[in-house]
Design a binder for this molecule. Structure first.
Ligand SMILES: [Zn+2]
Length: 419
């Protein structure tokens, strides 16, 4: 009996299923691979030579020939600040002249530069600039991403950003998962009163966001020397939990401030950055099953040390790789570059890096049964890469290898021009 399908992919020189039970090695590679989907979900994976006896493409169905290229799951980018107005190229130029990111922030620049521009923008303007940015994200192979608020820092402006994200969820092919990150930075109005700002986040913003069902997750920037204390962060994450938002946090980026331990305590989906994590923090993440999301693009762009990826992997902590796409500390939409940085700067193997950028990202968003691997019943989100084998993906770096992007069984890149 053949399976009916409305999408069929054939001719994959290597099909990376990300399920070791389905193919060779940790990535479950099927040579001469093929895949079929129906209603956006995968119904079969196997070899191109077996398609005729396994799959029946329905009339009007779509067939994609990978012509011997590599086929893999779409990237799951689980940490982005991609919805904002303005840009910070002047501050980038200042940094090239020797001024540090923290000096720029202390002078009222940094995140607050983007806060000013984002407060001035309308929802329509935010949607328009973010659409162009998300097109770049899609072209580079990300099919599922997280998007944080956090450049508004007033109730109305945080809601405006999340409403822009909701419109992008409806209009853009990328699957977007919104995070409320009102505790991203202390706004200028509360410069001497961070606790007063936390009162606003907990007492007004979180209930207002929850009432509109605008966020799945609640995030806080927990750090010393910028960011919020463990006590302040705990209040925010607990208030989010009480309103149905799953916790995640920026932790231990600039100092070992106890963020990883807090992530474990509140049962966060993910603790992110972790450049300065302590041994106890690593143990706590492992015990609580929290994913460690590593953002090597930020360390690269700011000239900071890299997170200890090997320590997490050797402790058995699940690792995700993400871009941290934002206008100040990591302005790239490109997960392929993140793989190269993970391999060369954090000593991850090619296989570990690819798994962390797909399955790992899915875990960091609680989506591990839906995306991140090419196995039956998951969404048919895949990339055709113009490469002879998957080692080339991080190896030939700084260029875009993505030829075709499929989201839920539809070719979404390149755009099909209707005539
Ligand atoms: Zn971030």
């Amino acid at each position: 009996v053949t399976r009916p399908a409305d999408f069929l992919l054939t001719g994959a020189g290597e099909l990376l299923t990300l399920d070791p039970a389905l193919g060779d090695g940790p990535l479950g590679v099927i040579r001469e691979g093929a895949l079929a989907a129906g209603g956006g979900q995968i119904v079969w994976v196997g070899r191109t030579g077996d398609v005729g006896k396994e799959v029946r493409l329905l009339p009007g169905g779509r067939e994609v020939d990978a012509h011997g290229g590599v086929v893999m799951p779409g990237f799951v980018d689980s940490h982005t600040h991609s919805i904002f107005a303005g840009s910070r190229e002047e501050e980038f130029a200042q940094r090239t002249a020797g001024i540090t990111y923290q000096q720029i922030a202390a002078a009222g620049g940094g995140i607050l530069t983007t806060v000013r521009a984002t407060r001035e923008a309308t929802t329509d303007e935010l949607v328009a600039v973010a659409t162009r940015r998300l097109d770049l994200v899609l072209q580079h192979g990300t099919t599922t991403m997280e998007a944080k608020s956090g450049y508004g820092l007033t109730t109305a402006d945080e809601i405006k950003i999340l409403e822009a994200i909701r419109r992008l969820q409806e209009a853009h092919p990328i699957e977007i998962h919104p995070t409320f990150c009102g505790a991203h930075e202390v706004p200028p109005e509360y410069r001497e009163n961070a606790d007063g700002y936390i009162d606003l986040v907990v007492g007004e913003m979180i209930p207002a966001v929850a009432a509109r069902r605008l966020a799945e997750h609640c995030d806080v920037f927990c750090d010393q020397g910028g960011g919020f204390s463990v006590e302040q962060s705990r209040r925010v994450l607990q208030a989010g939990l009480e309103h149905g938002m799953r916790p995640r946090l920026h932790a231990d980026e600039f100092a070992a401030s106890g963020g990883a331990e807090l992530a474990a305590e509140v049962g966060a989906l993910s603790a992110d950055h972790l450049l300065r994590v302590r041994r106890d923090g690593i143990r706590a993440l492992k015990a609580a099953g929290v994913t460690a999301t590593l953002l090597p693009g930020t360390a690269f762009f700011l000239g900071l040390p890299y997170a200890p990826a090997r320590a997490f992997l050797e402790a058995g902590v699940r690792v995700a790789l993400a871009t941290d796409f934002n206008p100040g500390s990591c302005y790239t939409p490109n997960m392929q570059l993140i793989l190269t940085l993970a391999c060369t700067q954090m000593r991850m193997t090619v296989e570990e890096a690819i798994e962390s950028a797909t399955v790992g990202g899915a875990h960091a968003l609680g989506l591990q049964t839906q995306v991140g691997a090419l196995t039956p019943d998951r969404w048919c989100d895949l990339l055709v890469l113009d490469l002879p084998n998957y080692y080339h993906l991080p190896y030939l770096y700084g260029v875009n290898h993505v030829q075709t992007v499929v989201k839920a069984g539809e070719v979404v890149w390149p755009r099909e021009v209707s005539t």
